[in-house]
Design a protein. Structure first.
Length: 282
């Protein structure tokens, strides 16, 4: 390898990872990336002006996702993580087709983990209306293992409850029991938390489902998949970023102050700023 090629390869390894979500839920994916791949730099975009994606059409979600990817590409990111189940369900094909860098979503890693975890072949998926309606988890799971039954349940109230900070609250507990009762009754042994907000109420969900049900956190599975992907392309950063190197950058389309408060409650890293971007310009 020539000196020029060595420098180019080193620059690629040092490039940041681009991560996006419809809002703040994707910060659970960022948290896992920080834990599992601590040397990496991250540029995160949360589409807080246009959240939620779960009630929008495939065409709209794809257009939004393409705009965000164009914005993230301005940072010369080495890969894109679609940290949104709805965007992973609706926009991945278009993004993979149009991008010349690796793109990873949260659905496939979660599906693979669920297939590995289930013993009785009965898997539950809780997510937004759009993710459940897309049948994306069902499709991926049955590609991996056809003789599996998948039961989807839309849980639209979980997102606002999480964003209001009601993580350990009787209201959240009651809503969760109402949503999950039918999944308990059909004897699932594995439950995919198919929205990036849901890991934040994992303890509540685990308590209600009981010890016999394995909870699959796609945020964790995505971080591990990302680590493998970067390693396979020789893109893992070898050394921690230098102090003052903009290790983690956060951008939103609206309500930066609210985003910062929520981000600090999740990541606990001391996020001091988030910049507002006119994403429609991309």
């Amino acid at each position: 390898m020539t000196e020029t090629e060595l420098k180019q390869n080193s620059a690629l390894r040092d490039a940041p990872i681009g991560v996006f979500d419809s809002g703040v839920g994707g910060l659970t994916v960022v948290r896992e990336i920080i834990r599992q791949i601590p040397n990496e730099k991250i540029v995160y975009f949360g589409d807080t002006a246009r959240v939620p994606y779960g009630n929008k059409s495939r065409e709209t979600v794809t257009r939004f996702s393409e705009q965000i990817v164009r914005f993230l590409r301005t940072f010369q990111v080495k890969t894109i993580v679609v940290a949104c189940n709805t965007a992973s369900a609706y926009a991945m094909e278009a993004l993979e087709r149009d991008c010349d860098i690796p793109v990873i979503g949260v659905v496939k890693p979660g599906a693979r983990a669920a297939v590995s975890a289930t013993k009785n072949g009965r898997i539950g998926v809780i997510a937004t209306e759009a993710t459940i309606g897309s049948q994306i988890y069902t499709r991926y799971i049955q590609e991996l293992k056809h003789a599996v039954s998948i039961y989807g349940k839309a849980c639209p109230l979980f997102v606002p409850l999480v964003e209001e900070g009601l993580l350990e609250d009787p209201v959240t507990d009651e809503i969760a029991r109402r949503y999950l009762t039918e999944l308990i009754d059909i004897d699932i042994d594995t439950l995919i938390l198919g929205c990036t907000h849901y890991p934040l109420i994992r303890s509540t969900l685990g308590r209600i489902m009981g010890d016999r049900v394995a909870l699959v956190n796609p945020a964790y599975e995505t971080a591990m998949e990302l680590r493998r992907l970067l390693a396979s392309h020789d893109l893992l950063c070898q050394t921690p970023p230098a102090l003052g190197s903009n290790r983690y950058q956060f951008y939103v389309s609206d309500k930066a102050d609210k985003f910062i408060r929520f981000a600090n409650s999740i990541i606990k890293y001391g996020i001091l700023s988030a910049k507002t971007v006119n994403i429609e310009a991309y």
